[in-house]
Design a protein around this ligand. Structure first.
Ligand SMILES: Nc1ncnc2c1ncn2[C@@H]1O[C@H](COP(=O)(O)OP(=O)(O)OP(=O)(O)O)[C@@H](O)[C@H]1O
Ligand SMILES: [Mg+2]
Length: 600
């Protein structure tokens, strides 16, 4: 049997003990604002996904009104659509029917809320492990909230640290934080813009009961602000007392939205934990229809209805492209220098690979040093024969030496960028939602990676040249072609990194790409002509090698032509194609990061 609406004015005021950190200015307690604040209003929301020809409804007929200064729990059995609903409200997913209003504004027609107005705390960890709590918050402020001067910046960071109880551990690296501390940090990162809508997805899951209670209390306090609405998805039916309302979803439908106190009464159960088994006893449609009948009466009783519109609080201004660029770049370098293993690997590769080239070509180096004009003068004919054989051999050595340089530089390129985006994808996805521009993000990656590419290529080219004296007409184009092949592979692997699902997948694909450079270049093993023409346009190593060969001293170019069956592209074309590879890689990376990627 279902009960009707509960008595009017029985709104539950919760009393909780307040830890010292909760007296921060971000946490004004103004419950009287409930009736007069802007409201989140969902009308007949539908969300359907297409699977082949079939349409699968994930959310149906969602009607919901929530005032601000309010703390709402979203509960329901696993897979019922809680996260999906939160993403719809956050603007990550687009509803397929119905409308979402905020303060009377139709978000689907008049545009989503500003980046700074929404805080979204996803299920996964969203902070940089190598940075400290304070550095992560500082980075969030730089990227998401414009501050007038250094003092205002410091004040905001301090205030966020204070309001989330993180002051005492501000200098601690994220990698050593406990689960509860990580959740606090996730919330703190969202508070830098003082958002009007704070949406949290299972921020308490996996915590011990005490930590869970603390985090729920923290979210409760954050909701005691006349402009703010805090919604939290949770599996746990404990601590419901701290919420102003509980939204129960079942198979994509609303089956209850009212005060926690009335929950047991509505579902005719003894304790909240019994709601899920009770739900399973009837069809979702029946529960949903019953709720539709009672909804307005409940809203009437609990003052959910018709709150007067007021202007929302002045939200933070998202910083411009340039400050965001420098914030991203300086953070990248900070993370790079903090990872000793990464520095060691980079140095080992950068310095070690050119030595490898020399070692493998040691025999040939002798020959390149001697060059044919220093051959001993034998009888004219014999000398001619020997000179010819020597030069042919030299042609092969020089070609192989250059190809080895090129291949090692492609390997360095893939190592530079394969994990660059995929490894922090969800953090970036969050930051994009918070207002970080994809083009600025890519520009910061380009600036960071360019330094690695320059160092690697210059050292490789100059070191090998100084030992082997490769007979180029001019060393400059040779060096630039090595630089470009490294740059092309770095850019293409950055593109792969932006499309890959995981960092491991991106690494694997990038390594395959490097692995195919050598056989498909046709420089070492001859390819059938048609296969060569098909694959060559995509093989950066081929263009770098062919361009450098074209730039050889003309005497040697003849011998190189003799020892390879492969068509040797002119140098200008090699430059052009490699530049196209760089541009294409960056373009793919931009498209990849622009595309939303939340499913994990
Ligand atoms: N992009 C998608 N494609 C296909 N199915 C999806 C997609 N997103 C969500 N779903 C399905 O929609 C349903 C609701 O998913 P959602 O993540 O919202 O559930 P949930 O209530 O948050 O569950 P949990 O409590 O386990 O986190 C699930 O059955 C899920 O498999
Ligand atoms: Mg979920």
């Amino acid at each position: 049997m279902m009960a009707g609406p509960v008595k009017k004015n029985s709104w539950r005021k919760t009393t909780i003990s307040e830890p010292a950190f909760l007296s921060s200015p971000l946490l004004h307690c103004q419950p009287e604002a409930l009736k007069t604040s802007p409201v989140l209003d969902l009308k007949e929301i539908q969300f359907t996904i297409q699977k082949g020809k079939e349409e699968i409804p994930l959310l149906q007929n969602i009607n919901l009104q929530v005032p601000t200064g309010h703390f709402m729990a979203i509960v329901g059995p696993s897979g019922c659509g809680k996260s999906t609903l939160l993403k719809l409200i956050a603007g990550i997913n687009q509803e397929t029917g119905g409308s979402i209003f905020w303060n009377g504004r139709n978000l689907s027609e008049e545009g989503d809320l500003e980046h700074s107005e929404i805080g979204y705390v996803p299920q996964f960890s969203i902070a940089f492990e190598a940075l400290t709590v304070e550095e992560n918050i500082e980075s969030a402020v730089r990227l998401r909230s414009e501050t007038k001067n250094r003092a205002a910046f410091d004040d905001l960071v301090d205030s966020v640290l204070a309001s989330t109880g993180l002051e005492a551990i501000r200098d601690r690296q994220v990698k050593v934080l406990s689960g509860g501390q990580r959740r606090r940090l996730s919330l703190a990162l969202e508070l830098v813009t003082d958002p009007v809508l704070l949406l949290c997805d299972e921020v308490t899951s996996g915590l011990d009961p005490k930590s869970e209670q603390e985090i729920v209390e923290l979210m409760h306090q954050l909701s005691r602000n006349e402009h703010r609405l805090v919604a939290n998805v949770t599996h746990s039916l404990a601590n419901l007392d701290l919420y102003d309302s509980v939204l129960v979803l079942d198979a994509g439908r609303v089956v209850y939205h009212g005060p926690p106190r009335a929950l047991e009464h509505y579902f005719s159960v003894e304790k909240a934990e019994d709601v899920y088994p009770r739900l399973a006893k009837r069809k979702t449609e029946e529960w949903a229809e019953s709720w539709e009948k009672h909804r307005l009466a409940y809203y009437e009783s609990f003052a959910f209805k018709n709150p007067a519109n007021t202007e929302s609080s002045v939200s933070a201004v998202t910083p411009g492209a340039l400050p965001q660029f420098f914030a991203l770049l300086s953070r990248r370098w900070k993370i790079f220098f903090r990872d000793k293993g990464q520095i060691f690997l980079q140095l080992a590769i950068m310095i070690g690979f050119p030595f490898l080239v020399i070692i493998f070509e040691l025999e040939g180096v002798e020959q390149t040093r001697r060059l044919s004009d220093t051959l001993p003068a034998l009888s004219e004919y014999k000398a001619e024969q020997e000179a010819m054989a020597f030069n042919l051999n030299l042609g092969g050595v020089v070609s192989g030496l250059v190809m080895f340089q090129v291949i090692l530089l492609t390997l360095m390129g893939s190592n530079n960028s394969a994990r660059e985006i995929a490894g922090e994808r969800y953090i970036f996805e969050k930051e994009k939602l918070g207002g970080v521009r994809p083009v600025v993000y890519i520009a910061s990656k380009l600036a960071f990676l360019s330094v690695l590419v320059l160092l690697q290529s210059f050292w490789m080219a100059i070191f090998v040249q100084s030992v082997c004296e490769i007979p180029s007409q001019s060393f400059v184009p040779h060096l630039l072609l090595l630089l470009l092949v490294n740059g092309a592979m770095t850019a293409i692997c950055l593109g792969i990194s932006s499309l890959a699902k995981t960092a491991d997948q991106a690494s694997l694909l990038s390594i395959y790409l490097v692995g195919f450079q050598l056989p498909l270049s046709g420089a070492v093993l001859a390819l059938p002509e048609w296969a060569g023409w098909l694959s060559r346009p995509f093989i950066s190593a081929y263009w770098s090698w062919a361009g450098i060969m074209d730039g050889m001293q003309r005497d040697y170019f003849r011998y190189i032509e003799e020892v390879t069956d492969t068509w040797l592209a002119p140098m200008w074309l090699a430059f052009l194609v490699l530049l196209v590879h760089v541009a294409l890689g960056l373009f793919i990376a931009y498209i990849g990061v622009k595309k939303p990627r939340w499913d994990n």
